[in-house]
Ligand binder design. Structure first.
Ligand code: HEM
Length: 295
């Protein structure tokens, strides 16, 4: 099949970004050893625009210098225990009462806010041991998602403020040994991605779950940074600059093309895939059955 070379935007001393959409190219680059997770470099050494953009998102806390788990290289000493903590928490799963409650809200055409708030409780109560307040699920909506949004000053400052508010809440309501950004991220993720997925599901009751969530993969893209100079066997016309060139892998587009869930929850491979994958797919499956039974 014909595939285009990645698109590179390289303005010397300002920005060097490479956008990759093709599934095979994503896999090749990600497994090359010439790229890694952003926080393989100390935050202050990262490109200026990376620092600026990510502080308005749910992925980074610039005041405490924390990054969400997938932004850490596997070599980071905290990585394995953080992943293990997630696995243990997610393994406690969900109840059929929770599935029924969400199904009921969908049948009643509940607002996005109400749906998001309820879904946050299903996923995140386990980390806090109590309900998450409305103002927190509300503020999580405003952390910046698209890079273009960060160019709008009011969206950017609202994103930064929301992220700080979320982090404050996590700091005061979690055990001191828990990574507050890892947990805080999941509130935003559920509000911004999972809740929307509920509506997609409702509109696709007769399609298999894997088909729905490869066609509508909730995470559009993931970043990597060059750690070695490479053209990836001629894929690029000039080599990457370690510590400067950032890759954006368009995984949702790759998922839609390949119909492979490994692109919905990772970069085409099971290794370091999303910890929430099995929970998400099983919850959506049960919810689909429940909605069908009641329709
Ligand atoms: C629809 C919802 C979600 C989608 C589509 C999704 C997707 C993804 C993707 C694509 C990655 C890989 C990132 C990368 O390679 O850079 C990832 C990693 C991860 N996700 Fe999710 N995610 C979702 C929700 C969640 C939630 C709610 C949690 C926590 C409860 C979570 C926890 C994680 C963790 C811990 C990782 C890092 C795994 C590792 O690097 O070993 N995700 N997720």
């Amino acid at each position: 099949m014909l595939s285009f070379n990645p698109l590179r935007i390289n303005i010397p001393y300002l920005i060097d970004v490479i956008i990759v959409k093709d599934s095979e190219q994503i896999k090749k680059i990600d497994t090359s050893g010439a790229v890694d997770r952003l926080h393989v470099y100390e935050t202050e050494l990262l490109p200026w625009w990376v620092k600026r953009y990510f502080r308005s998102t749910k992925f980074h806390d610039d005041q405490r210098d924390l990054w969400f788990c997938p932004f850490e290289p596997t070599s980071n000493p905290s990585y394995h225990s953080r992943r293990a903590y997630f696995e243990e928490k997610v393994a406690t799963s969900y109840s059929q009462e929770e599935v029924k409650k969400i199904a009921q809200l969908l049948r009643e055409n509940a607002s996005d806010e109400v749906l998001a708030h309820e879904m946050v409780q299903v996923v995140n109560k386990r980390f806090f041991g109590k309900e998450i307040p409305q103002e927190i699920t509300e503020t999580a909506k405003y952390t910046v998602q698209k890079m273009t949004e960060a160019l709008l000053p009011w969206k950017y400052s609202k994103g930064v403020k929301s992220q700080q508010q979320l982090m404050e809440y996590c700091q005061h309501n979690l055990d001191p040994n828990v990574h507050i950004l890892d947990v805080g991220h999941n509130i935003g993720e559920v509000v911004q991605a999972t809740a929307g997925s509920l509506k997609v599901l409702k509109n696709n009751l007769d399609k298999p779950i894997a088909e729905i969530f490869t066609e509508y993969a909730p995470t559009p893209q993931v970043p990597r940074i060059a750690v070695k100079s490479s053209t990836f066997d001629g894929l690029l016309s000039s080599p990457t600059n370690p510590g400067k060139t950032v890759f954006i892998f368009k995984i949702a587009e790759a998922a839609a093309k390949t119909k492979d869930l490994n692109f919905t929850f990772s970069t085409g491979k099971a290794e370091r895939a999303c910890v929430f994958q099995d929970f998400f797919l099983s919850f959506m499956n049960d919810l689909q059955q429940e909605l069908k039974a009641g329709s």
